[in-house]
Structures are given as C-alpha cells and as structure tokens.
Design a protein around this ligand. Sequence first.
Ligand SMILES: [Zn+2]
Length: 268
Amino acid sequence: MSVLPPLLNRAEPRPRTASWSETEAWERVVNLICEGSFPHCCAMVIPGDLQGEAAVATAKLLLCESRRGGDGCGSCASWTEQGHPDLLACGEPMKPPAIAECRGVIQAAAYRPVVSDGRVVVVYSADRMLLPAANSLLKLAEEPPDGVRLLLMVEDEELLLPTLRSRSWVISLPSHREDEGLTPPRTPHEWARWIEDNSASEVDSLAGILSSWASWEARRGDFERAAVLERLRLVIQAKRLSRTMALDLIVLVLKEGFVFEHSFGDLW
Ligand SMILES: [Zn+2]
C-alpha cells in the first residue's frame, strides 16, 4: 500500500498541470466539498499523468477541517512529502493496484481517522484494474465506513467496471486540455470531431499528428502505444497512401483496434 504516488515526488512542476484545476468541473468539486455534499464514491476522469496531483488536491480539501485546504488546521498541518495520515492510496498513476493492495486499503479504511474527521481512499488507474481487484472494492464503494470518501481515478470511464461506475459520481477533469490536439482522441465523440477536423488534412500533416501522439504516449510511459503510433506513421509515409486512405487507416488501427501489421499486405 503506497501512501503517495511517486509522481508527487517530482521536484519540478510539470508545465501543463494547471489546466484541470481551471475547469468548471473542478470548481464544482471544490463547491461540493465546501458544502459538505461531496459524494462518498467519486470516479474522476483525468489523464494518468495528472491523477496524482488531482487526487491529492481533492484529498487536501476533503481532509481539511474547514474543507478549504491549506488553512493551517490540525489536519492541514499533517501533510508531509509522504502524504497524510488519513490518505490511503493504492495503485499508482498508470499502474492499477492488485487485489492485495485493494484489500490493504479497505482494511485500513475501517480504522478511525488519525487527525481528520474522515479518511480518503484513492485508487489510481481504477479503469485498468483486473476484475478481482475491481470487485474487491464494490462494498467500499457501496457502503464506505463513516467519513470515508473513495476516489477512483480513471482515464476512461467506459473501462471502469460497470458495477463500480454505477456506484460512483463521475466527473471529468479536465473538460478541455491545454495540449488538446497533441493527444489522441479517447471517446467516440472526440474521434468524430477529430475525423471531421482532419478530413482535408494532407498525409504529412497526419504523420505529424501521429508523431506528436507518439511523443505524448512515450512521455506518459506507454511505450507500446507510442511504438504502434510510430509504425503507423512510417507506414503512412512509406506507402504513399492517399490522404483518405491514411485517415481511414489511422481510424481503423487506433479507434477500432485493428492490428495492421498482420493484414496490411492484403488490404493495400
Ligand atoms: Zn485545514
């Protein structure tokens, strides 16, 4: 069981981190916490590399006596670089917890809080958990002990176990991103918009987009996905596809999950 994700130990703040905290969705989170009406189980939709700071920012408000955070109350004063005695976390951004880790936090959540009037349980990469781990959290999501708030950090709410999703209040952070366009679309809606925006794009410009997506995936640690994007870019450029074919291939591989290396020769 980790108390604080390693991401928080980074010495330098990352340049695009401010975006999620400037959204209306975050403002709503702050207001709900302030009013004391924040739900017991919340699924926060946010890219993996921002999950650490968003979870901690939420916990700082939830664990504060006045719910405002950073006011020097006993609970706020208990934050250290290692975390907070009433913050329990399992998994890491980009790395879902195994069932043993989940059980560990479930057990710990049953104890009385140390300095606050409640506890916060954060589950990172909750959308990537294996079924047994996700199932183990159902009871906590359904009936958390008094004062316990469960935060499920997810990149894609559609991938969250439906029985967990149905027990969660889902909020998307951020609703728009500073680096929008440099990251691959995620949802069908984003894909539809991307296809529309790029219907007249030249092959070189599509290749440039693939390249920036590959860098983004590599930065967030998904080297496998980055490699797929790079191979796709090479194929599009080397085969001199028309822009329509290039666009179709991108959608087929990235949106539909088509494994293009196996059948490429048969198709083109
Ligand atoms: Zn405080």
